[in-house]
Design a protein around this ligand. Structure first.
Ligand code: T46
Length: 137
């Protein structure tokens, strides 16, 4: 069965010039074609972002600088928390996972690779609605 959330580790390539990490769509680590990327930075201290789920969109979250924490709630009610604090750490978040991002360090840059183009109708932004959909599933 497909895990709703999965921590992955990207290989680090490096030589005397520095380090390099690759994310490629359609492989084992990012198991979808990447249609969109965006990143979150310069966050307000103490802020909590997210607080939604997606119907269809699948995402890979990577904190390329600094650190932040991702809290997830699965369709079966299981809750997990993940600290992203190094650029080789990725968190695959499938659809129908309620998630929030918090505890951003001042220098945090959270890169998100998405399987879908932006579509507001793909968001479930009401927690009550998420609970109702969860019961139906
Ligand atoms: C997610 C987490 C990890 C766009 O116009 N296009 C886009 O591609 C995105 C991502 C956002 N926007 C607009 C929609 C809002 O007016 O930018 C504004 C901020 O978006 P939002 O409040 O959804 O941001 P977050 O940080 O709560 O959530 C974002 C993503 O939207 C979401 O898909 O899973 O990062």
């Amino acid at each position: 069965m497909l895990a709703n959330v999965k921590e992955v580790k990207f290989p680090t390539r490096g030589d005397e010039r520095g380090r390099l990490i690759v994310q490629e769509g359609g492989g084992d680590l990012v198991p979808f074609e990447i249609k969109r990327t965006f990143f979150i930075f310069d966050t307000t201290p103490g802020i909590v972002r997210g607080n939604h789920a997606h119907h269809k969109n699948r995402q890979m979250l990577i904190c390329t600088s600094g650190a932040c924490t991702i809290d997830c709630e699965m369709p079966d009610g299981t809750k997990t928390s993940h600290r992203l604090d190094w650029p080789d750490k990725g968190l695959l978040v499938e659809g129908m996972v309620w998630h929030q991002m918090k505890e951003f360090s001042k220098d945090a840059v959270l890169l998100v690779l998405a399987s879908e183009h932006y579509d507001e109708s793909d968001y479930i932004r009401s927690y009550d609605e998420f609970l109702k959909m969860r019961q139906k599933a």
